[in-house]
Design a protein around this ligand. Structure first.
Ligand SMILES: *Cc1c(COP(=O)(O)O)cnc(C)c1O
Length: 382
């Protein structure tokens, strides 16, 4: 390296964490562990003090998402990746259709493709930087796509696929980097699932899902059929959605959770709800992301990667950099100045910055970031 750019301190954001997940954790969330919940750490998750935290998370999310009657919040260990396998084991009956337009949406489709007891999935693909919803398909009992494709910064609509209700198909939406940042009408989904290390600014390792009564009924039926004599299907206990639901109803998880993750998540949900809930969070992310997109549009060397303005994510902003400038050098120089995790998704392989602007990120820090990038580009040694 040798020729590091030193950014003047008055330009540096107050907080330099711009990761797309893991993402910035607010100091108050750390404080919630240190002071408020210190006596909880190292205690049983089957006892009331920890169960109260889980109850508060479930109530807080129910109100945050204004969930319809009969819907409920379930949670368990393993993150959104575990939920994909759980959906393959206990939600997809025989055959699913997928929208696939980036690393994350492709991975869930791949899990279904590999599951020996499911029929070959139908995959509706589109190029990175665009989205494609799964289309109505005969014989399908679950439609799956990502609300926000974190690898490319693309946001997709969340609405029931026409005809899917008549075939009693479920709508399973990966909301990992969307939940808490993008608007949603939960009634359009049967499972809206996510991990807490993105918009909820907590640690990873947990999955959460808003489940419809139909999703819960489906899991019960699938798991009952798998336990019949001679059934080819195996639902590993860890991937049983009905066990997860039963435990969640008791404000517990199937197996031991990381308490710090729960405590920080709970703090964030309270903070979001106290500030105005989902509408407030959505507006804040819209503001931060539009600061970045308009900066890029007016820049001589940067431009938004996603050309369809209505598909540009409000939570994960991807910015292409002119080929004459090496984005990796910008990213390294920013990191040397304490501004971290601005790299594009590795496998996408573009000369790109990717910036997470979840609710915890201050919009004025986003403005400071654009000034820092301009400063670095001006002073970098090509
Ligand atoms: C981060 C992410 C995942 C994976 O989440 P884990 O908690 O690491 O399993 C899945 N889908 C999307 C859209 C993501 O952004």
């Amino acid at each position: 390296m040798g020729n590091t750019v030193r950014i003047p301190s008055e330009l540096i954001p107050k907080d330099g964490r711009f990761g797309s997940g893991p993402s910035k954790i607010r100091p108050d969330q750390i404080e919630a562990i240190r002071s408020g919940a210190q006596s909880l750490m190292g205690t049983s998750h089957r006892q009331s003090p920890v169960k109260q935290v889980v109850a508060s998370i479930r109530e807080g999310l129910s109100s945050f998402f204004s969930i319809p009657d009969g819907y409920e919040i379930a949670l368990g260990n393993g993150g959104a990746s575990a939920f994909w396998d759980m959906a393959c084991a206990s939600l997809i009956n025989r055959k699913a259709a997928f929208g696939s337009y980036g690393s994350f949406s492709a991975k869930f489709a791949q899990s279904a493709h590999r599951a020996p007891f499911l029929e070959e999935p139908v995959i509706y693909e589109s190029e990175p930087g665009t989205f494609r919803l799964p289309e109505f398909t005969e014989g399908v009992d679950a439609y799956c796509w990502a609300h926000n494709e974190t690898s490319t910064g693309v946001a997709a609509p969340v609405e029931r696929i026409p005809g899917s209700a008549e075939q009693q198909a479920l709508i399973l939406v990966d909301a990992t980097s969307a939940a808490g940042a993008l608007p949603v009408d939960i009634a359009q989904t049967d499972a809206y699932y996510f991990s807490p290390q993105k918009a909820f600014g907590s640690d990873g390792g947990l999955w959460l899902a808003v489940l419809s009564p139909d999703a819960i009924e489906r899991a019960q039926a699938v798991e009952a059929s798998a336990s019949l004599e001679g059934a080819r299907r195996w639902v590993p206990p860890f991937l049983s959605l009905t066990s997860a639901v039963e435990n969640s109803r008791k404000d517990q998880t199937l197996n031991t959770p990381a308490l710090a993750t729960l405590i920080m998540l709970n703090e964030q949900i309270q903070w979001l709800n106290n500030n105005g809930g989902l509408a407030w969070a959505v507006a804040r992310c819209a503001k931060s992301s539009s600061l970045l997109y308009s900066w890029a549009e007016n820049s001589e060397y940067a431009s938004p990667f996603v050309s369809d303005t209505s598909a540009r994510s409000q939570a994960v902003v991807t910015i292409d950099i002119d080929g004459a400038i090496n984005a990796a050098q910008i990213i390294a120089a920013l990191r040397d100045n304490g501004i971290v995790d601005t790299a594009g998704y590795r496998k996408l392989g573009r000369n790109q910055l990717r910036i997470g602007v979840f609710p915890s990120v201050e919009p004025h820090d986003v403005v400071a970031l654009t000034e820092c990038i301009d400063y670095v580009v001006e002073h970098i040694q090509q």
